[in-house]
Design a protein around this ligand. Structure first.
Ligand SMILES: [Fe+2]
Length: 253
């Protein structure tokens, strides 16, 4: 991973949850050190593994305490630069050990979080990206995993806020596909398993990650092209590096 990041030098590293296996302080500190060591800015949201499962009192009374103290105080960070706006949403709650959910409060705030700074102004709209841990729609590769509660409302809220890409994880399988129609072209981009051995299906025991390249420049006179190219990277034991497994060209709205 370090070599891939050094080679491609992304503007941002996004981690869509499950930074740890058992939400232990030491694991959070390791995750923080690892991400800081990569170099570029990073944005992460909690996954279900980042909430204590067996430390029941902690799960009930201070479910994000270890995350906040040892990884980041911000459970829903944002990132902005000249080209993109990224908003993280926490879908990992203590009473849903594995399944995730969006809250009505979160979804009511999505539009404000994306549009609150008047960022629609300008010749080329920024690419807007929402990040959550749990799946929002049943892409074929997701093998029957349940979607987060209120996923339908979340997609509607994202479309209304001008979101282009929704990044998620949780299912240990990489997948890219269009979201169910919400009146705006919206792409779902799932990360597989980037740093542990918990990959599933064809990714069993193999690490994957996605490299997303944005194209927001003018294509012809007066004709804007906005697109995202997603390279699905799969670790090759033989070559000892990540190699391109598939490429998806996602035309944006
Ligand atoms: Fe998960």
């Amino acid at each position: 991973m370090e070599a891939l990041v050094a080679d491609r030098r992304p503007d941002l590293v996004v981690v869509s949850g499950d930074l740890t296996q058992r939400a232990k302080p030491r694991q959070f500190r390791q995750a923080r050190r690892f991400l800081e060591g990569l170099g570029p800015p990073f944005l992460a949201v909690p996954g279900n593994h980042d909430v204590p499962m067996y430390r029941v009192w902690e799960r009930l009374l201070d479910r994000y305490g270890a995350y906040r103290r040892h990884f980041s105080p911000d459970l829903e960070p944002s990132f902005r630069d000249a080209e993109l706006e990224v908003v993280g949403l926490n879908t990992a709650f203590n009473l849903t050990i594995e399944d995730g959910r969006f809250t009505p409060h979160q979804l009511a705030a999505v539009r404000e979080r994306f549009l609150g700074d008047g960022s629609t102004e300008g010749d080329v709209p920024k690419v807007r990206i929402a990040v959550a841990h749990h799946p929002l729609a049943a892409l074929p590769e997701l093998m029957g995993w349940r979607t987060a509660r209120r996923s339908g409302e979340a997609l509607t809220a994202f479309a209304a806020a001008g979101v282009d890409l929704v990044l998620a994880g949780h299912v240990h399988v990489a997948a890219v596909g269009p979201a169910p129609d919400r009146g705006r072209r919206l792409w779902l981009v799932h990360s597989g398993t980037s740093t542990s051995r918990r990959g599933r299906g064809t990714e069993r025991g193999r690490n994957t990650c996605n490299l997303i390249t944005l194209d927001t420049g003018p294509q012809d006179a007066g004709c804007l092209r906005r697109s995202a190219t997603v390279e699905q990277m799969l670790w090759s034991e033989q070559a000892e590096r990540f190699e391109v497994e598939a490429v998806h060209d996602c035309a944006l709205a």
